[in-house]
Design a protein. Structure first.
Length: 493
């Protein structure tokens, strides 16, 4: 093989995103709270930007990203050209400052009352913050203080406590916890510490599997103690698969007794540590609201009443027009003016795109809003993109992490995009509707003769919904509906 150097001409077509387009897409993807944080960050980094807060008493029609008294449409069209002096544009900016001097001077510095009000809001927010709940580790560690323990035993008990998972289980073995260099004395100490931890509250904590967890919660003298111990120790898998006749045959217990014991078993806690870990529920601020319209339908409006109005600082305009300003300073102001104008335009573009996309979604899913989730229509992002006249990725960014406030509650905008199947009469049916129908069929079945997945397919077909058996199985498992064997109720005998 011979290596050589040569030059050739090649025509290649590339698509390159301009920085302004990239920023516009980033702004579009931000939810309302993240957008407010982004604006605050830009305010700190760009001295050319100034803002004022919209009057909350103004009607929705007057709410805009910029103040109605601030920059005009001509100013929003301003683009700084680094290769020119831009004398006409800067003259227009200076004239605008002279036309509205009171507006800019009054809004530059907050009043004392505004500062006090902002401080009061922060204090109220801090006072209303929820207290940090006590962790499982802290709760167990506090209980160790009730015992007079040797330092080595207490240290080993603490080590076990801080190796429990979120459900209160010790997933690793004692040997793995100590390491390969552990002596017999170390193993004996660890077993003693584990036995101590397993006596603490909540009952069942420190178990290494479900069977041990349930057995730790049994107390001699409790009702059906022996039967519970037998079922948990030897027939837990049979209980999981609802094999009551097999259990009856092996134990000699009647079906009625086994069902009674199972009801007692359900009172035990399979995850004793889970109560100490609160489920994270994020605070949701809707980006879009809908209002009913006379004659039917809904009108979309954005939650931007508290959005700051951005405009370009008049002081920097005057400084830029001042011939005594050093050239280096003028170049710096030009760059910041350009960045400020890009941000303002991007926020305007976000508002326009999000409004159009949300309105198209609401128009398509009006039956969902009128009748409920069971009436949701199949919808793809490409359909909204074609209707609005944008690329499908723009729709994806517009709905990402955005929430819609409806008369039926708050929903993520992505919730309204669902796939579907074709019914017997040729109409499209959303998968959500299939799930609802599946739940209704299972709830109405005869529990002594529950429907198999094949029978569920037949029942759905009777209601005009044609789906495959594997689809029914997938949805049944996703909805945590047990199999027909597990749903069966046995005759008491």
């Amino acid at each position: 093989m011979r290596l050589s150097f040569s030059q050739d001409l090649r025509q290649v077509q590339k698509q390159i995103l301009a920085p302004r387009m990239i920023q516009s897409m980033e702004i579009l993807q931000l939810p309302i709270l993240a957008l407010q944080e982004r604006i605050e960050q830009e305010m700190e980094e760009n001295p050319v930007l100034e803002m004022t807060q919209e009057d909350p008493d103004l009607p929705d029609e007057s709410v805009d990203v910029e103040s109605p008294d601030a920059p005009t449409d001509e100013e929003r069209e301003l683009v700084i050209d680094e290769t020119k002096n831009n004398e006409e544009d800067f003259e227009r900016l200076l004239n605008l400052d002279e036309e509205w001097p009171d507006h800019f001077e009054e809004r530059t510095r907050p009043s004392r009352a505004e500062l006090e009000e902002a401080g009061q809001r922060k204090q109220d927010a801090m006072a209303n913050m929820t207290a940090r709940p006590q962790s499982l580790e802290d709760y167990l560690h506090d209980q160790l203080g009730w015992f007079d323990l040797a330092p080595a035993l207490r240290a080993m008990a603490d080590r076990i406590i801080y190796n429990l998972d979120s459900n209160g289980y010790l997933q690793s073995s004692i040997e793995d916890l100590l390491g390969v260099d552990a002596t017999e004395e170390d193993l004996a100490l660890a077993r003693q510490a584990l036995a101590l931890v397993q006596k603490l509250d909540p009952s069942g904590v420190g178990a290494r599997d479900l069977r041990e967890c349930l057995l730790l919660q049994l107390v001699p003298g409790m009702e059906h103690y022996e039967q519970l111990k037998t079922l948990i120790s030897d027939h837990l898998e049979d209980l999981e698969h609802n094999r009551l006749p097999q259990i009856s045959k092996k134990t000699g217990y009647s079906i009625e007794l086994i069902q009674t014991v199972v009801e007692e078993l359900r009172k035990l806690n399979p995850k004793p540590g889970a109560d100490f870990h609160e489920a994270y529920v994020p605070n949701v601020t809707p980006d879009v609201f809908i209002d009913p319209v006379d004659g039917g339908g809904y009108q979309v409006r954005l939650e931007d009443g508290q959005m700051p109005s951005l405009f370009i600082s008049p002081q920097y305009r005057r400084l830029l027009m001042d011939k005594n300003t050093p050239e280096e300073t003028r170049e710096y102001i030009k760059r910041k003016l350009n960045a400020a104008q890009w941000l303002i335009d991007s926020i305007h573009q976000r508002r326009s795109t999000l409004t159009k996309v949300a309105q198209a979604i609401v128009d398509h899913q009006q039956k969902f809003l009128d009748e409920g989730p069971e009436a949701i229509e199949p919808l793809k992002m490409q359909q909204i993109a074609d209707k609005v006249g944008v690329h499908v990725t723009t729709v994806s960014r517009a709905v990402d992490d955005k929430w819609l406030q409806t008369p039926r509650g708050i929903f993520p905008l992505r919730r309204f995009f669902v796939g579907g199947t074709v019914s017997a009469d040729g109409e499209e049916v959303a998968w959500d509707t299939v799930r609802i129908k599946l739940r209704e069929i299972v709830d109405a079945e005869d529990k002594k003769n529950p429907l198999s997945d094949d029978r569920l397919v037949e029942e759905l077909a009777k209601q005009g919904v044609t789906v495959a058996r594997r689809t029914v199985t997938k949805y049944r498992k996703a909805m945590k509906i047990p199999s027909s064997r597990q749903r069966r109720e046995w005759d008491k005998k």
